[in-house]
Design a binder for this molecule. Structure first.
Ligand code: UDX
Length: 400
């Protein structure tokens, strides 16, 4: 009903407009009648969630299995069944087994087609992907998939055909590698602070080497979101199951987890440093940005949660503002005061912390902050500002 009314379940720039225009043109419709929806379909995409299973952190495949069973019970014509959900190696085998076990007479193939889009840039990432990965062990299925992606292929997106198991692993390997890259530069940032170097320069200096590449080398409060935390854990589980440890990824997961809360300590140091000692009990800290990254309302594994908790544990009063994430954030951050706007949050604050680099926080009015905040203390966890510039405004400034 909500989709019919044009209400999107998540905030993603451009999505509501894209859905509306395609519904209007008759290219897109929504239904809860699975049997009628899949009738005559050349391809069916399974795109359900695979959250971390409570207890052991492995991917919960119950939704994937349930939809495979429902599809199997209604399959009548030749169909390629495509798993778009992020699933551990071997899930395609299980989907195939479920459908075969239903005894359907229809020709079918189970294919893996991982998605690499980023939240906040989902539409352009989908339309202009670096590559399209299709894991299919069947020639007919490869042909159908090539046809499905023909418009993107004409945009010169390379299509990589692999075995189904390879495609499933590519998704996890890609996310684990990117998480490793971020965690590596975060540890370099810590080392920079100790030896008096600047991680922004180090990042640029290594990123210009084509073999390394400049992307995903931005130091910050640690990665969050719906993919990296969950997928790295699921990869560890797979590695464990196959007795093939991935120790680098193990280290990445641990380092990232402790980093988020450690950012709370950084804020505490900034406040006590400004006041020349003491602690943060009763001090007011304003958090700007709560979502795990800008242009989304997604709060899953956002560093802000651990930072707010660390500050509250130390006795500080935490007030926050986020352009899109407050409704999602409020129930996850008990005791945090949700402000109506950037400057409302900063009013009376002993420290202002830039947690998520929304555009709205990239040009703060320093003169105004000095008049409304209790103390001119800025902690910039995304290295948005030039230290000399902020200090010139009379601020006590710390960054990563
Ligand atoms: C990620 C992958 O990029 C995407 O390919 C996959 O399909 C899903 O997971 P997403 O989680 O939406 O996408 O966002 P991304 O832009 O990758 O950022 C993830 C986290 O890493 C964020 O918390 C972000 O702040 C952090 N990050 C990213 C850094 O700290 N530094 C960087 O240089 C890049």
């Amino acid at each position: 009903d909500r989709l019919h009314a044009g209400v999107m379940p998540i905030y993603e720039p451009g999505l509501a407009e894209l859905v509306a225009s395609n519904v209007k043109a008759g290219r897109l419709s929504f239904s809860t009648d699975l049997a009628a929806s899949i009738e005559g379909a050349a391809a069916i995409f399974i795109a359900v969630g695979t959250p971390s299973r409570r207890g052991d952190g492995h991917a919960d495949l119950s939704f994937v299995h349930a939809v495979a069973e429902e599809v199997a019970a209604n399959l009548k014509t030749p169909t390629v069944i495509v798993t778009k959900s992020t699933v551990p190696v071997g899930t395609g085998d299980e989907v195939e087994r479920i459908i075969r076990a239903s005894g359907t007479a229809a020709k079918f193939a189970a294919v893996s087609n991982p998605e690499f889009l980023r939240e906040g840039a989902a539409i352009s990432d989908f339309k202009r992907p670096d590559r399209i990965v299709i894991g299919a062990d069947d020639e007919w299925a490869r042909g159908v998939m090539q046809e499905v992606y023909r418009p993107l292929f004409l945009n010169r997106a390379p299509i990589l055909f692999t075995s189904r198991r390879s495609a499933e692993l590519i998704k996890y390997a890609a996310n684990a590698f990117l998480a490793t890259k971020i965690t590596f530069i975060n540890e370099m940032a810590d080392l920079c602070e100790k030896v008096g170097a600047d991680v922004q320069d180090v990042s640029r200096g290594i990123g210009l080497d084509n073999r390394i590449g400049s992307k995903f080398l931005h130091a910050g409060p640690g990665y969050g979101g719906s993919c990296f935390p969950k997928d790295t854990l699921a990869l560890l589980k797979t590695a464990e199951d196959y007795d093939s440890p991935t120790r680098i990824v193990e280290a990445v997961v641990k380092v990232n987890e402790t980093r988020k809360r450690a950012m709370g300590r950084k804020v505490i140091d900034a406040v006590t440093g400004y006041y020349g000692g003491g602690d943060v009990r009763g001090k007011r800290v304003a958090l700007l940005g709560l979502t795990f990254k800008p242009n989304t309302d997604d709060m899953r594994d956002a560093p802000s949660i651990a930072i707010a908790q660390a500050l509250q544990d130390a006795g500080a009063e935490v007030v926050a503002y986020d352009p899109e994430g407050m409704a999602m954030a409020a129930p996850m951050m008990p005791g945090v005061i949700m402000a109506k706007g950037t400057y409302e949050a900063i009013e009376g604050a002993d420290a202002t912390v830039l947690v998520t680099e929304w555009d709205a926080f990239r040009a703060l009015d320093f003169a105004r902050i000095k008049t409304i905040a209790k103390a001119p203390v800025l902690v910039d966890l995304r290295n948005v500002y030039d230290p000399a510039d902020v200090k010139a405004h009379g601020f006590s400034y710390s960054s990563v």
